[in-house]
Each structure stands twice: as structure tokens, then as C-alpha cells.
Design a protein around this ligand. Structure first.
Ligand code: GLN
Length: 241
């Protein structure tokens, strides 16, 4: 049987800093290596997703200016996007600026609050310090995620949502509560650029499997030889900031 995996890349021309396109490349390649038929569609307005079938939505990071450009489109179609995610249980991976806009709002340094879509119970306020550098996160199963952060926004999670993991190195959501990212159902937000997925192959495969399990009775993916990916991961885990 040939599995199909459809990826929607939201606002690609605007939210794609610090190499976040590498997440799309990693997802696509890890599917292709397994003979999974994968499609990637660049979505410039959430109006385009209505009535379509996507297994995973990716939204990358961006400076305040880029966030301003897309925030109002995302908010305009918030209701449709939220019902889509709830009804289809699709996977959402949001990085930094994209992550911030999944919450209730993002208050930049200057100007008004940018509306979020309240897909996750969180809010973000820009701080006076930029949180920059390598990050190591410990996941609930004891494994690690590695990446690079560069944000001034401090994200605070509400009671209905958990962080992806605990910060072992770096700042994470806000540099105060020790949490990094947010996880709710199949929705994952994180500050980890890098890009994230090439150096975190197990997490990449987790997202692919969750997306496939929406449509297929599949329990696990065929393993890949991840020697280089794991070498990069382990070098990053042992990096001292
Ligand atoms: N503009 C946001 C901040 O500075 C997000 C930055 C980013 O996506 N790296 O917090």
C-alpha cells in the first residue's frame, strides 16, 4: 500500500527565518525514503485550506514585521482553521513567531497586540531581552530535543496545556518557568529553530506517524539509518552555551 502524506506550508514567504524551511525538507525526505507519497503545498492564506485534505500544517518563525503581515489573515480564518484542526486531528508544527500566533495574542515591543487564534491556551509578550542561543529540552519520555532560539517574546501557557518539555540548556518559552514549547493533542509549538527536525529525527517521525494515523491503520514507521542525524543531535546535546 502507498501511504500519502499531505503537508501545508503556511505563509512560507513570510515566516521562514533561521532555516525553518529545513523542517519541510526533513519531513518530505523522511517520507520519500520510506516510499510515502508526500506533497507540500505553500498556503498564502488560510482561506485556501477550506475543503482540502492536509495531514500536517507547518508555520515557521518570523520577525515582528512578518508576523504583522500574516496575523490578520490567520485571525480572519481562525474559526475555520480551528474547526479543521479539531475535526481532522491533523498535526500542527509551529515555530517561534508562528507558535506565538497560535496563542491568544502576541504583544510586540511597539504597536498593538497581534491577534492570535487561541488554538492553544497561551499568550506572548515581547520582553526587553532577546533570548538567543542553543537549546536542549528534556521530553517527558526522557529523550531530548535540540535547536536554536532567537526571540524576545515570552510565552506563558495557560492551565489547559503542557510544555513540550523542560529546558536543560537555554531559555525556552520565557526563561522563567523552565518550560519550552507547547503540546495539545496533535498541535506542537516550539521556539526551536535550527531547523528543528533534521537534528531531531525521532520527533520528525513522531509527527509523520501522527499524521498518517489520521487516515491509515499504521502502528509504526520503518526505521531509517539516522547515524548523521543522531551525531548532530548528540553533539548539540553536549554543547555548552
Ligand atoms: N518576533 C518574535 C520574537 O521576537 C518571533 C521571532 C522568531 O520567530 N524567531 O519573539
Amino acid at each position: 500500500m502507498t501511504y500519502k502524506f499531505n503537508i501545508a506550508h503556511l505563509y512560507a514567504p513570510y515566516l521562514n527565518i533561521y532555516g525553518d524551511i529545513g523542517n519541510i525538507i526533513a519531513l518530505k525526505q523522511r517520507c520519500q525514503w520510506r516510499g510515502i507519497e508526500v506533497s507540500v503545498e505553500s498556503i498564502s492564506s488560510c482561506q485556501e485550506i477550506i475543503g482540502r485534505d492536509f495531514d500536517l500544517f507547518f508555520i515557521g518563525g518570523g520577525q515582528d514585521k512578518q508576523q504583522e503581515v500574516i496575523a490578520y489573515d490567520l485571525a480572519k480564518y481562525a474559526k475555520e482553521f480551528k474547526s479543521y484542526v479539531d475535526d481532522t486531528n491533523c498535526v500542527v508544527l509551529a515555530i517561534c513567531g508562528g507558535y506565538q500566533l497560535l496563542g491568544h495574542y502576541y504583544k510586540p515591543h511597539t504597536g498593538d497586540k497581534l491577534p492570535g487564534i487561541s488554538l492553544i491556551d497561551a499568550y506572548t509578550v515581547a520582553s526587553n531581552t532577546r533570548m538567543i542561543g542553543n537549546v536542549v529540552v528534556k521530553l517527558p519520555d526522557g529523550s531530548t530535543l535540540v535547536g536554536f532560539e532567537n526571540h524576545s517574546g515570552k510565552t506563558h501557557l495557560g492551565s489547559q496545556i503542557e510544555p513540550i518539555g523542560k529546558v536543560l540548556l537555554g531559555c525556552g518559552n520565557n526563561g522563567e518557568d523552565g518550560g519550552e514549547g507547547a503540546h495539545y493533542k496533535n498541535i506542537f509549538g516550539t521556539y526551536l529553530h535550527g531547523s528543528l527536525l533534521p537534528k531531531n529525527p525521532n520527533f520528525a517521525d513522531k509527527l509523520i506517524l501522527l499524521g498518517l494515523q489520521r487516515k491509515y491503520n499504521i502502528k509504526e514507521l520503518n526505521p531509517l539509518v539516522d547515524d548523521f542525524e543522531n551525531l548532530a543531535h548528540n553533539l548539540a546535546v553536549n554543547f555548552k552555551r
